[in-house]
Design a protein around this ligand. Structure first.
Ligand code: PHE
Length: 347
């Protein structure tokens, strides 16, 4: 072969390489094409065998011609490699794409217990009216739980609040009233009246049945000032009843008895279920009892160091459990304490 024929042979090799490369669509196939043209057994290495047919002047031309084709093929391979790598990356990105608009996996977060809800709603209402919220001890002394509430030892009304004694003098509080006694005792009345509520857990030795539990939750309130009256109490509790059961509810007061208040009163709210006509919720009466209250007994004021001739007060106590049961028609108080998610998640 002379140099001309060799050149046209090399042109064919290049053309074939170009054609083969056109068909390569995957990186893994590119390597095979590269080896087949540029490798030891490829047509370019083989073309060296023509060297022996050429004259001394033509010999260098062969090397140059082979190099030129080799470079041309190499360039094409490199360009194709970059292109295929980009394409592979794009495909991978598309395939593994993270769609940030998809909804996330939900974390199960808890929520406040229905009793906490009710107590916080009541707290909010009273805080808006300028009351302070005071929490006290769940373990109390007989002195603050009973004596300061006008319930001396052997007083028959202690029976209504029989409880769990730790010693003869220390017990689980039966109401949050001891918090009021302590706060009233410590209050500096020269700085103004006392307005407080005390929410919290209380304990009584009760039969555990559908409507009684040995533990329940109270919010008690106390206002002591020079001029507070039963009318203020009535207005305040009417507002509380409306807040809890709706603004078209009516309230009524009924005489009652508590050792620590005089006069003592029970508050009924018109039935939120039937509007007062009579149904199973109000047991046909149209009214539902929601809380006890009254004007603070002068002796209770006196024991706390407050002069009953100058000051008077009103007090009330409401059970959060009872409110929850009425409001949501919960038929058994024990549901509130059993932590069954199916129950709790309804609120
Ligand atoms: N301390 C009373 C109880 O637990 C509730 C109450 C408070 C009643 C204030 C009247 C006035 O039964």
């Amino acid at each position: 072969m002379d140099i001309k024929e060799i050149n046209s042979h090399l042109d064919l090799v290049l053309a074939k390489a170009e054609k083969d490369l056109e068909e390569v669509t995957e990186l893994k196939d590119l390597q095979a094409v590269k080896v087949s043209y540029l490798g030891k057994k490829g047509p370019l290495k083989a073309a060296m065998k023509y060297m022996k047919d050429l004259s001394n002047e033509e010999k260098p031309l062969l090397g140059q011609a082979i190099n030129k084709v080799q470079e041309a093929i190499n360039e094409k391979i490199e360009a194709l490699q970059v292109h295929l790598e980009e394409k592979a990356l794009e495909e991978a990105l598309e395939k593994d794409a993270l769609d940030v608009t998809l909804p996330g996996r939900k974390h199960a977060t808890g929520h406040r217990h229905v009793l906490v809800h009710i107590m916080e709603d009541i707290e909010d209402l009273f805080v808006e009216m300028g009351y302070q919220v005071v929490e006290g001890y769940e373990i109390e002394s007989d002195h603050y739980n009973f004596e300061m509430m006008n319930l001396p030892k052997n007083h028959p009304a202690r029976d209504m609040q029989d409880t769990f004694y730790i010693t003869d003098e220390v017990l689980l509080r039966t109401h949050t009233s001891p918090v009021q006694a302590r706060t009233m005792e410590a209050h500096d009345f020269s700085k103004g009246p006392l307005k407080m509520i005390s929410p919290g857990r209380v304990f009584r030795r009760d039969d555990d049945d559908a409507t009684h539990s040995h533990q329940f939750h109270q919010i008690e309130g106390l206002v002591v000032s020079k001029d507070v009256t039963l009318a203020d109490l009535k207005g305040t509790l009417d507002l509380l009843a409306k807040e809890l059961f709706g603004y078209d509810r009516a309230t009524r007061l009924r005489p009652s008895y508590f050792p620590f208040t005089e006069p003592s009163v029970e508050v009924d709210v018109s039935c939120f279920k039937c509007g007062g006509e009579g149904c199973h919720v109000c047991k046909g009466t149209g009214w539902i009892e929601i809380l006890g209250c009254g004007m603070v007994h002068p002796h209770v004021l006196e024991m706390a160091g407050v002069d009953p001739k100058e000051y008077q007060g009103f007090a009330f106590g409401i059970g959060a459990d009872r409110i929850a049961m009425l409001k949501y028609e919960i038929e058994d108080i024990r549901h509130l304490y059993q932590n069954d998610q199916r129950f709790l998640n309804q609120f």
